[in-house]
Write a new protein. Structure first.
Lengths: 333, 333
């Protein structure tokens, strides 16, 4: 029997279409992947090609090596095709009935490794730690900039997830506004807090940890689970167990612990589903709400195994053809 | 310079990324399309294969022909892999912290033509009229059903839009709840009404018709334009010029007029962009809000020329690499 589940944090409904349900194995990539070399002379992110990208903002590199030359192991650059830009004046303007503002902001690329054919799930732990440390560093740095209201860190893995560049990288966009979608999420979380005096995410984690049937992995500081109302097959949330609304509040030690669970979960996805395409999003409160009692930062992993169609785009309700409980079971071992 | 535009009706922000902007021609499909035959013996929607689908709910067919046999020109059937189903008990249930309900509802397929290789943009007008009349008929019929709160009509065209079946068809899902996303849209529209005493969509149409720079086509009753804050390249709205919150209020005459503009717009998309994949969604107020002053039904066409990635999924803010004004110019002639 199909059922309609509610995500209590976001209030979004999801149809778990059991009639169409597939077994976890059915989602495994069928196509043979073309092997990717460790170095690609045509890749702008590979070492030696630094001049083909805008100049680096920051990098972790061997002592004695030069800026924008090889010797780095993590490198942050402005996105060459930036969606928003620091040089634009932040001015609200009406155009008759319509409202617009300058596309002010920052759009950066985090090149996660010099090696062309790695991904977060199969790098050494130390390297993933460096990536998480740099997420934290850039987040804190950009949060302090004038007029920046929110920093969104994300990662697109594979063509179906909207990327054409194979070389491992994440991106971040720092924006001068709080997106409507996120404002709605904050409102829903506030309402829950009004009614219960607790953070809805904290209550969700407590429940997931008690019943364990959707938990994939628990560590000292984090838990990874497939949400009760996952919008997509193999949707995963990685959530800090302790209450914390803003990502910028984490310590360097917590960033390293995040690296551990993130790498482990992505490694299992990689192995058990033959390297599926996915998007990763770091959800966090807007900067000014970083210390609120009602919100909670977390990482969402959205494998792109199905295509959202007209119904999803029009209603915001997703049809998920797999059971979160089975996802957890499949990825647990 | 990039700019951030607000859709005043939905309050959603869109980044118009002019640095990445492409000319309309750049979106033309490059791949050679494989010719599709007018009849496919393996297609469950082709005439003669009626027994391979669930039994028809209603059809328009030649006098003297039998139910579930050839002779129809529009045929409505339950979706074989229904996301929701009328046989499920509508019961809210908590599972500890979590909330779910039975997947009650209707999920139907509207087979738009017996001919396998047509689409709404290249059928005869008479046939598209029949499709719009059947949209109206099913909408009214299902709106009257107990516990149905909203009826969503949509169409997925092409693989990138989430369909694997080539045969021309639309779908509808009648649901026992108002999706959170739509509740938020209603709230935003209500707020606008509070401030202005007018429907935000009506005001938007007035403005578009005055300045004309985003208008693609205007008829006696409808206007097609590329919205100021279009989320995707070649996004198009087709809106009734007269205020009307609920699709079920339209007359049969209006349904025919809708068919004309819909066919014309889809035909231009087809010709000028070499048959792009797209989703079509009929947005309408929930049934009980069908006569409200603050909402307006409309059709949204979302070509799938780009892939929404982590940033869009996480923030709800889309990056659009084309200018709505250029879209209108391109599709106008």
């Amino acid at each position: 029997m199909p059922e309609i589940r509610q995500n209590r944090a976001t209030k979004e409904w999801v149809i778990i279409a059991t009639e169409r349900a597939k077994r976890p194995d059915d989602f495994q990539a069928r196509e043979e992947k073309i092997p990717v070399p460790a170095f690609d002379p045509d890749c702008p992110f590979c070492p030696g090609n630094e001049s083909r990208t805008p100049g680096e903002i920051v990098s972790f590199r061997q002592a004695g090596t030069q800026k924008d030359k090889p010797g780095w192991w993590v490198r942050i650059i402005p996105n060459k095709f930036a969606a928003v830009s620091p040089g634009v004046e932040l001015m609200r303007e009406t155009e008759g009935f319509f409202l617009k503002m300058g596309g002010y902001g920052r759009h950066e690329v985090i090149i996660e490794s010099p090696q062309h054919n790695l991904s977060l799930g199969n790098m050494r732990l130390k390297q993933v730690e460096e990536v998480c440390l740099v997420y934290r560093e850039r987040y804190i740095e950009l949060s302090a900039e004038k007029d920046i209201k929110i920093v969104i860190i994300f990662r697109n893995h594979g063509k179906a997830a909207g990327t054409s560049l194979v070389h491992p990288h994440s991106q971040l966009i720092a924006m001068p506004l709080v997106p409507t979608h996120i404002r709605h999420l904050l409102e829903e979380a506030t309402r829950y807090y009004d009614d219960h005096g607790s953070c809805v995410f904290c209550d969700m984690i407590k429940e997931e940890l008690e019943f364990k049937k959707r938990v994939i992995l628990e560590t000292e500081s984090f838990v990874a689970f497939s949400p009760f109302a996952s919008q997509v097959p193999f949707g995963i949330w990685i959530v800090p167990k302790e209450h914390n609304a803003g990502f910028g509040n984490i310590t360097t030690d917590e960033a390293k612990k995040l690296a551990f669970i993130l790498r482990e979960v992505l490694s299992r996805l990689h192995t058990k589903l033959s390297d599926p395409d996915y998007n990763l999003v770091l959800h966090t409160a807007p900067i000014r709400d970083s210390n609120e009692d009602f919100y909670h930062w977390y990482i969402q992993i959205l494998p792109r195994l199905t295509t959202p169609a007209g119904f999803e785009l029009g209603s915001g309700v997703y049809i998920n053809t797999s059971l979160p409980e089975e996802t957890a079971e499949f990825l647990k071992g």
